[in-house]
Design a protein. Sequence first.
Length: 128
Amino acid sequence: MVQLTIKHMSLKKLLLLSVAIILLTPIFSQDKKLGSISGEVKDARSKSPLIEAVITISSDAFKGKRFTLTDSTGAYHVFDLPSGNYTISSEMEGYEKFVKDKLELQNGMALEMSFEMIKEEKATRRPK
């Protein structure tokens, strides 16, 4: 009977330890939460959404660039970004390029960056 009690106590401790490890693992694995940048792109004059504008994101936190397109509502989302300083640009045919730099993204931060793009001025020909 004493042996059964010792085995029972060991199993209880093992079970308790297993539950503690399972519960504490998410706390330690979330040290580096990644951030995101999202927003909407609209025409400066009409305020209508710009569909399929090319969004480019660059940073000192990673090599290369990340790209996405705005959706049918003019919205874009870029996830899984490490903390750092960012530059975001938007380009679309017929519009002036938009660039915003010196954006600071911290761990776990969701940065909202919406903007309006201005149509390019068409060069007018002068008669000779």
